[in-house]
Design a protein around this ligand. Structure first.
Ligand code: SAM
Length: 277
């Protein structure tokens, strides 16, 4: 029987390179050049160092019970945007603009894989995330993702230059630890001309909260925690003073930026293929 495409395509470990010296790992669990170790557990390649700053808080939140509690609000948000399919296709149309049956794609911050349903099955999708439990859940929901996932940061991707035809991050980007580094990495691992797409909710929505409106932000901390967010995550949200779109404009001067989700979100597309409509 002829091998299926997924059997012939490389696993993520075959594609991975050392984060330190960029030597190809070729499926080995350590770099032959510098000796750095890259264990694989549960078929997930571990290419990550100690997490710091917002990425540490992100991983704790998405790995823990906070995300489980909060998720219903994310689903409600997407429902109010016309449903998950419509809301996600506002972004994924720029990914799908590549319009070829055989595409090697990378999702940064893949979570448990909600976007996979909207991409052609013939595409070879790989994913990274800082939250290991999300990667395990992704494999459980989508068995074809076994061997396709790495525990890694968007800011430090374990791939050679121009490994993927397209790269995208949907949700989570606003609170990435280092936006410029993640944008540079996503561009680096994507082929020249291939689209790189980043979308998330606009930061600062809590400024419309009653606490901010009457000058008592502690009230907003209270209801944000009531939605399920961890204490540390809420502190991060309230102290946040970055404009990720401004960082993107500085890092990717030729990117296009669009409002999505009734102007509550943004979608950045680094040139390559422009989606129509
Ligand atoms: C809101 S979830 C979105 C998951 C999926 N992309 C989706 O659209 O349903 C955000 C994901 O980004 C991950 N994440 C956050 N910061 C990250 C970073 N710096 N690098 C990689 N993943 C990150 C989180 O762990 C989480 O799984």
């Amino acid at each position: 029987m002829p091998a299926t495409r997924s059997e012939t395509e490389p696993t993520l470990a075959d594609l991975a390179v050392c984060l330190g010296c960029r030597a190809p790992l070729r499926g080995r669990d350590a770099c032959l050049t510098c000796g750095r170790s890259y264990p694989t557990r549960d078929q997930i390649l571990e290419a990550i160092g100690p997490l710091v700053g917002r990425n540490r808080i992100n991983a704790a939140f998405y790995d823990g019970s906070g995300w489980v509690r909060f998720r219903k609000w994310e689903r409600l948000f997407l429902t109010l945007q016309g449903g998950a399919r419509r809301a996600r296709l506002q972004i994924l149309r720029h990914v799908l603009a590549i319009d070829r049956p055989e595409v090697r794609a990378l999702e940064v911050g893949i979570g448990d894989g909600d976007n996979l349903a909207y991409l052609p099955e013939s595409w070879d999708v790989y994913g990274v995330d800082v939250a290991r439990t999300q990667l395990v859940a992704c494999q459980e929901r989508h068995p074809r993702m076994k061997g396709r996932l790495a525990w890694a940061e968007g800011e430090n991707l374990p791939f050679a230059d121009e490994t993927f035809d397209v790269c995208y991050a949907i949700g989570g980007f606003t609170y990435f630890n280092d936006h410029a580094a993640a944008l540079r990495e996503m561009r680096r691992v994507t082929k020249a001309g291939g689209p790189v797409v980043v979308a998330d909710e606009t930061p600062g929505m809590h400024h419309a909260g009653i606490g901010h409106l009457i000058g008592v932000p502690a009230i907003d901390a209270f209801w944000l925690r009531g939605l399920g967010l961890d204490r540390e995550f809420v502190e991060m949200v309230l102290q946040y003073d970055v404009d990720p779109e401004a960082v993107a404009r500085a890092t990717w001067p030729s990117a296009t930026s669009r409002n999505i989700w009734s102007r509550l979100g943004y979608c950045l597309v680094h040139p390559g293929i422009e989606a129509s409509g």
